[in-house]
Structures are given as structure tokens and as C-alpha cells.
Design a protein around this ligand. Sequence first.
Ligand SMILES: [Fe+2]
Ligand SMILES: [Fe+2]
Length: 155
Amino acid sequence: MCTPTMWRQVTRMKWKAEFELGVEPMDATHREFVTLLSEMESCAGEDLGHRLEHFAAHTVAHFDQENAWMHACGFPPIRCHTGEHERVLRVIFDVLERVRAGEVDLGRRLIAELSLWFEHHAATMDHALASYIRATGYHIPSATAGQPLQRAAAP
Ligand SMILES: [Fe+2]
Ligand SMILES: [Fe+2]
């Protein structure tokens, strides 16, 4: 359970206006990403493993979503962007294993690094993708990584 007395960082990852890229499903997924990161910054060590597990699953869906859009709209630098997604996922799953083995501080470092990584990735690769989607008029589904289409369609 998370309590304020267990916080290890004074500042928390917060949504910023510059994260808005003008493609709503992408922005909505990014809001979820920032919320999950922020929650992990302030949670107790014993909660970190399952929160990181949930975050990893969300990030797989987040990146799958963008990768599918890139394929569908013919985004030219697709290999650069999908390659970056693959590298980040490898790090997340490697650290997840180590957090499960008790390396909680490593998990904390990952969270701090991912906050910095996201600021850069959103401002560069995701910004370029959003601009391309807007310029080409490619229509993307409205589901987010947290609420994929298959779950949204379930009764
Ligand atoms: Fe993204
Ligand atoms: Fe991306």
C-alpha cells in the first residue's frame, strides 16, 4: 500500500502541456503512461513488483499501438522508432525480473530514468509520428493502451 511517508522522491512525474501531441488516442495512452510512472514513484517497495508488471504490460500495448499505426500509415522512419521501443522494453523486462528478485532500488532507478526518457521520446519520435499522422490524415482507432479495443468491445 502506498502512503506519503513512503515517498522517496520530492517531485513526481506530472503531465505537461508539451506532452500533448494532437493525436488523441496517443495522448490518452501517454497520460496513462505518466500516471502509472507517477504512481510507481510514490509506492512502497513491496508494491513495486506488481506495479512494474502492470506498467510493463501497459507499455507493451502502448508500443504495439504506435508500431501498428506506423505500419498502417507508412511512417518513413519506422525502423528507428520501433527499434527504440524494443530496446526500452528489453530494459523494462530485465529490471522487472531483478525487482522480482529483490532489487527494488534498481526498479526505482528505472522509474526515474523512464521519466527522463519519456520527455525526450515524446518530444522527438512520438512528436514526429503524431505530426505524420496529422499531415497524412491517417485515422487511428480511439482505444488507449489501457483500454484496448478487444476489451472495450467485451460485454
Ligand atoms: Fe508513445
Ligand atoms: Fe513511441
